[in-house]
Write a protein that binds this ligand. Structure first.
Ligand code: ZN
Length: 297
């Protein structure tokens, strides 16, 4: 038997793909349910652990059997059991989206040490996207631990897998760093990515402020891109900013056209688009960058 066939067989007996993806989806829905609490309470500086969730209309405490991700919303047909008022479709939407993102990451990463790190990173990004959409802030309570998490992942993943897991590492493992241990290269990549991510957002805000005399961006975007840059490395960080600026501009122009405004002052929560760019880069970034670089070879 060929080695590859043997490996494939071994993997299927260890973990049938369907079981793996179903588990990832269920975990995603549960984490999505937790993210709903984080999105709602964190900006209000309420505890994310206590008390139990309440109906925003009648204040009735939602019991655990009415708090099953996705299912409860379907069974209750989107209404509170007590007052029959409509529950926002945002809750099941966040749960479903998180489930889909988790399944996609499991498919992308396979079962390995990188998977839990990528899932945590994506969950943090989703929380930032929805909090920015609702409250127009990117809380330090997520971005600061996110930066620390990125550095820990940078050290842990190469140590656990023994490979150049991160996208930027092959490009950094040449020249000056060629003879350095993996963890040094990985950490250097984190610093370079953070510098490019946070630095370019800071520069964009600074330039806009000088040109227009108004504050364009909060430091939240800068901190978010420190976190994204440290985790994803310089190549995917540039791609993230590119996707963020492009999608943000398109949506901005569409919104302005619809509202008939020519005022560029309209504030878009940029963190949404940076978050979408980062999640997209996590999935297809390496392939996109390789395709682009390949054109110049
Ligand atoms: Zn109610």
């Amino acid at each position: 038997m060929l080695d590859s066939q043997f490996l494939a067989l071994q993997n299927t007996t260890l973990l049938p793909p369907a079981f793996g993806y179903t588990s990832a989806g269920i975990l995603g829905a549960i984490i999505g349910s937790f993210l709903n609490v984080v999105i709602h309470r964190l900006p209000l500086e309420e505890s994310i652990v206590f008390p139990n969730s309440k109906c925003p209309s009648c204040g009735a405490v939602i019991s655990f059997y009415d708090n099953v991700p996705l299912l409860s919303y379907l069974i209750l047909r989107g209404k509170c059991r007590g007052c029959r008022k409509h529950i926002s479709a945002r809750y099941p939407a966040v749960e479903l989206l998180t489930a889909c993102v988790f399944v996609a990451i499991a498919w992308h990463d396979g079962l390995g040490w990188a998977l839990p790190f990528d899932l945590i990173f994506a969950a943090a990004l989703l929380a930032l996207v929805f909090i920015d959409a609702e409250h127009m802030i990117l809380p330090n309570a997520i971005t600061y631990p996110g930066i620390v998490f990125a550095v820990v992942a940078r050290l842990a993943i190469p140590f656990l897998t023994g490979t150049l897991h991160f996208d930027d590492l092959p490009s950094l493992a040449t020249g000056v760093l060629a003879t350095s241990p993996i963890w040094v290269i990985s950490l250097a990549g984190a610093f370079l990515g953070a510098l490019i991510g946070g630095g370019s957002l800071w520069l964009m805000g600074w330039t806009w402020e000088k040109l227009r005399g108004v504050e364009a961006m909060g430091l939240g975007d800068v901190k978010m891109m420190f976190m994204v840059g440290a985790y994803m490395g310089w190549r995917l960080t540039i791609l993230t900013i590119f996707i963020g600026v492009l999608s943000g501009s398109i949506i901005g122009i569409l919104l302005m056209a619809r509202q008939g405004k020519r005022d560029m002052q309209m504030l878009l929560p940029f963190g949404i688009f940076l978050g979408i760019g980062a999640i997209a880069s996590l999935f297809v970034g390496s392939q996109l960058v390789e395709m682009y670089v390949g054109q110049f070879r």
